[in-house]
Each structure stands twice: as structure tokens, then as C-alpha cells.
Write a protein that binds this ligand. Structure first.
Ligand code: HPA
Length: 265
């Protein structure tokens, strides 16, 4: 049995075999939503091979259970490329999600905005992305499946559902392009200007590898950014991880409303 199938079995033994309808991966400062799920929490440390989400602001546990009447599997934290140099660090968790029978994934992250009309505390739904970090989680994959089409990587149907939920809640959810920088250093003002020229609306250090892996594994996915700051050089505020964590709850409250409404259907 594959490692992911073994872990899926272990999770099913504890949390039941009903397939989750949605997987959710929670970004910096958003991990607490995993605590709202009524179900079984499994610390990543009980799941051999799962990355230790070593960044503060993440809650390293998988919770499988009910949220707004839907069966979900919520990852309270993720690992980032910059923690290990491995762009495929989230491959095993996503394989496990697939092996649990889950076909849809919603990713969340904290991001810097390049648009004045999308300020800190607001949300952005990813319409597309730019893998500017210059690597790919499928490097080294030997099967033909590695040539993943990325034309419609951000699922239109899930996006429409999220838009509908946002509208119903009176929450603005503009769409935009997310540009993946490797981190962990923040961008320079020149890099932010370059990202704007390239067509980006927001920048961040995560999510893109997981979108690529999701498409590779046949999971449909969409991603929402919580804007915690303006990109470097675009405002006077300081940029830091502490600032990210301090600002994330503002947008996180809106995101939680949208996600709950989305799940309620
Ligand atoms: N840049 C990259 N990642 C981020 C930012 C940023 O400005 N804010 C939150 N995550």
C-alpha cells in the first residue's frame, strides 16, 4: 500500500470512512478555523511524513468532520517551500486527501496586495497565478502525468460558488492574479514593481505549489488570499511576519463568513 493510502486508512480508522466533500488548507493566522470543525483532530505529528508546519500562526493538525453541515478535511497549517527548499512538501497531505475520496480543495493564504483598491483586511479570490519562484513541485516526477495543463487551474465552478457566497454575505471578493515568490525574505520594492508589470495583483509565499499538485492529483481547487499588507514600497507600513499575523484576523473573519456560507450552499 502506498504511504498516502496507509495514512488515509489511519485517518479513516479515527474519523470514519465517509469521504470529505471539501479539503481546506488554512494559511498564516487562519489556522483557528480548524477548531470550528466538529470532528476528529489528528496532530500532524501522528501522521508520519506530514510536514511539521513550523511557522507560527499555523495550527499543525488535520481535522476531519462537519462544518456547516458538510463533511470537510481541514489542514490547520501548511509547510512552505522556503522551510525546506522542497516545493513538493505538501504532496503527501494532498495525496492523502485524494485517497480519502475528496475531490475538491480550497486553499487560503495571507498575501501582500499590489492594488490600492484591495487594501489590508480585504480578500482576493485567485483567478490565476504566476509561479515566479522559479521552481515546480513536479520536478523529478517521472510519469507522463507531470505535464499538467494549467489553463483552468483555478476551478471556475468553485470560484463561482465562492463569489455567490461572498455576495450573499455582502463581502467584496475581487478576483486577481497571485504571484508566488519563494520567501522567506519579503520582496523588494523593485520586485513588487516587476510583479505589477507582469500582471500580478497580489504576492505571497505559498499556494501555487499546492495548486499545481492538486491539478496533478486530479483535485479541483480554488484559493482565496487574505490581504495583510500592501506590497513592499507601496505604503509606509512596515512589513513583517508579526504584522502578517496581526492583520490576518481582520480578513480571516470575512473569509470565515464566506467559507461558511459557501459550505451551507
Ligand atoms: N509578500 C509575500 N508574502 C506575504 C506578504 C507579502 O507582502 N504578506 C503576507 N504574505
Amino acid at each position: 500500500m502506498s504511504k498516502s493510502a496507509e495514512l488515509a486508512r489511519l485517518i479513516q480508522d479515527r474519523a470514519g470512512t465517509e469521504p470529505p466533500e471539501y479539503g481546506l488548507i488554512l494559511g498564516s493566522g487562519l489556522g483557528h478555523l480548524s477548531e470550528a470543525v466538529q470532528g476528529v483532530a489528528i496532530p500532524y505529528s501522528d501522521l508520519p511524513g506530514f510536514p511539521h508546519a513550523g511557522v507560527s500562526g499555523h495550527v499543525p493538525q488535520l481535522v476531519v468532520g462537519q462544518l456547516e453541515g458538510r463533511r470537510v478535511a481541514v489542514f490547520g497549517g501548511r509547510s512552505h517551500y522556503y522551510e525546506s527548499g522542497r516545493a513538493d512538501i505538501m504532496r503527501l497531505p494532498l495525496e492523502v486527501l485524494r485517497d480519502l475520496g475528496c475531490g475538491q480543495l480550497i486553499l487560503t493564504n495571507a498575501a501582500g496586495s499590489l492594488r490600492a483598491e484591495n487594501p489590508p483586511g480585504s480578500l482576493m479570490l485567485l483567478s490565476d497565478h504566476i509561479a515566479f519562484a522559479g521552481t515546480n513541485p513536479l520536478i523529478g516526477e517521472t510519469t507522463e502525468a507531470r505535464f499538467v495543463p494549467m489553463t483552468d487551474a483555478h476551478d471556475r465552478q468553485i470560484r463561482a460558488g465562492l463569489q455567490g457566497a461572498a455576495q450573499a454575505e455582502g463581502v467584496d471578493l475581487p478576483e486577481g492574479v497571485y504571484c508566488w515568490f519563494s520567501g522567506p525574505s519579503f520582496e523588494t520594492p523593485a520586485e513588487i514593481r516587476a510583479a505589477r508589470v507582469l500582471g500580478a495583483d497580489a504576492v505571497g509565499m505559498s499556494t501555487v505549489p499546492e495548486v499545481i499538485l492538486s491539478r496533478f492529483l486530479g483535485l479541483r481547487c480554488a484559493a482565496v488570499s487574505v490581504i495583510t499588507n500592501m506590497g513592499a514600497g507601496l505604503s509606509d507600513e512596515s512589513i513583517s511576519h508579526d504584522h502578517t499575523k496581526a492583520m490576518a484576523p481582520l480578513g480571516a473573519a470575512l473569509l470565515e463568513k464566506v467559507l461558511r456560507r459557501f459550505l451551507r450552499g
